[in-house]
Design a protein around this ligand. Structure first.
Ligand code: NAG
Ligand code: NAG
Ligand code: NAG
Length: 471
């Protein structure tokens, strides 16, 4: 409604430009003597109104006009017109040639012109009276093989089969047979058919995370010619509407502070005082978040993004050891966003799936893999050194008694003073009742507790005399 108002009040001479498309349209216009003057000028008017809404130029729609006659005449090439005014003026200046209908020769020129750009959709629009179309099967097949969409409008109901073979399917939207007086009635349909072929993604979501999204668009403005008005909101959250004004030379924006697992709709309106552009819009859904933290040997904390509580009836958290452990289920109310899973096996990988059941019956699930910690065994509680009676050092230690199977002792003599000694590293296993030993001074000793499930962390130090522990 606002756009229409703008057109009628503020920009009287401006019509809305369709910023929809990128591609080449080459018109193949029958200019031979079999076409009446009346017909010819109607075809040109038709062409003018068909093209009128498109934004022109590189990055948009490029239009060329090739006249079919005894020898083809390129009225204007694809790179000539980059605005509607210049295109519309050029169409008014086209004069009929009145020679023979040498469509084959014109098609060879068309092939050459359309080959120039790679990767963009191409349309050959053949405007003909259908009289003496010539042997066009071969060149038309070649064009189609090169990816050109061939569309045709015929004003005399003749040689329908040639046209049928020439156009790219579907015939319903790509081939039109109309009386020249009524030709305007096909304008919309044909334009729609062309748009379908050359439609380009003008605004796209280049990247999305749980809390952000990057939107990208084809540049339309410059810093001097206008600005972009971007608005976005969640389709669920009321009051989440946000708006950004972006400079005319920008072509992307990052939206942050978004909610996870939420669908947003964004619209980008290019505001220019020279042209009127249509608003682009795109929908996207942020990623869901389930994260795992505070993993212990027997428990993990599962947290998920705060979805709109009002939308979620309840959460179901399912978890099971990978690959084949039994699956356990916890059900939580819709306001909750975390839970601690307990009773897990140490050193085990779990698959945790959080499903949100929405009030509207929709269900969304998000999964994460999590590992519990290895069961860590109690470390040695204390290692204590006191001077012995025979120039030695007494080493004492303490450990948790539960499940204790013994101690593992290693010691190493400092050989710097006696290089001819025996191998200096020794180790021994002592029963759990042992709590002390004697060592020569300057030995380095390590004691670790041994449990049925493994060895706990030990304590090491160097026995000095007078006794002290240099670890
Ligand atoms: C975005 O979603 C809304 C609501 O489902 C829909 O009406 C609209 O057409 C969508 N827009 C686009 C660009 O897909
Ligand atoms: C979870 O909910 C609490 C309040 O209930 C909120 O403070 C916290 O930010 C939420 N956490 C996440 C990750 O959404
Ligand atoms: C060095 O080691 C040898 C053999 O182990 C021993 O007989 C000798 O007394 C030691 N010397 C010193 C200075 O400790």
């Amino acid at each position: 409604v606002t756009e229409e108002k703008h057109i009628s009040c503020q920009y009287l001479s401006m019509t809305l430009l369709l910023n929809c498309c990128e591609g080449d349209i080459l018109f193949l216009l029958d200019s031979s003597g079999s076409v009446s003057n009346y017909e010819f000028s109607h075809l040109l008017q038709f062409t003018a109104s068909l093209l009128q809404p498109f934004s022109l130029g590189r990055g948009h729609v490029r239009v060329g006009l090739l006249q079919v006659d005894t020898s083809p005449k390129l009225e204007f090439g694809l790179d000539v017109h980059s605005d509607q005014e210049s295109l519309q003026n050029a169409l008014r200046r086209v004069r009929q040639l009145q020679g023979d209908t040498n469509t084959e020769a014109a098609l060879r020129v068309a092939q050459r012109l359309l080959r120039e750009t790679e990767g963009l959709p191409k349309v050959l629009l053949w405007l003909t009276d259908g009289v003496q179309p010539g042997d066009v099967d071969q060149p038309m097949s070649e064009l189609k093989a090169e990816g050109v969409s061939v569309l045709a409008v015929s004003t005399v109901h003749a040689n329908y089969q040639v046209l049928q073979r020439a156009v790219t399917p579907p015939l319903e939207s790509h081939l039109y047979s109309v009386d020249i007086e009524d030709i305007e009635i096909i304008t919309e349909d044909l334009r729609e058919a062309i748009i379908k072929i050359i439609q380009a993604e003008r605004l796209r979501v280049a990247h999305v995370t749980s809390h952000s999204a990057v939107l990208q668009w084809r540049p339309l403005l410059s810093a001097a010619s206008g600005y972009y008005d971007l608005q976005y909101k969640s389709l669920w959250w009321t009051g989440s509407d946000a708006r950004r004004i972006l400079p005319g030379d920008s072509s992307w924006v990052e939206l942050t502070n978004l909610h996870p697992d939420t669908t947003y709709t964004a619209s980008l309106r290019p505001e220019s005082n020279q042209r009127l552009f249509n608003t682009l819009s795109v929908n996207f859904t942020t990623l869901s978040v389930v994260s795992v933290s505070d993993a212990g040997p027997r428990q993990i904390l599962v947290t998920w993004g705060s979805l709109q509580p009002a939308q979620v009836q309840r959460y179901t958290v399912e978890y099971g050891a990978i690959p084949s452990g039994p699956v356990h289920t916890v059900t939580l109310h819709g306001q909750q966003n975390s839970t601690i899973l307990t009773g897990l096996e140490p050193g085990t990988q779990y698959l945790v799936t959080v499903s949100a059941l929405h009030v509207n019956g929709r269900e969304r699930a998000m999964s994460v893999r999590a590992c519990t910690k290895e069961a860590s065994l109690p470390a040695l509680v204390d290692l204590h050194l006191t001077p012995g009676h025979h120039q030695d050092v007494q080493v004492e230690w303490r450990a948790h008694q539960e499940d204790l199977k013994g101690f593992w002792l290693t010691w190493e003599r400092d050989d710097s003073i006696n290089s001819s000694s025996k191998p200096s590293i020794s180790s021994t296993y002592l029963p759990p009742t042992f709590h002390f030993t004697h060592l020569a001074p300057s030995s380095r000793v390590c004691v670790s507790p041994v449990y049925s499930s493994g060895r706990g962390d030990g304590i090491c130090c160097t026995a000095e005399r007078p006794a002290g522990c240099l670890s």
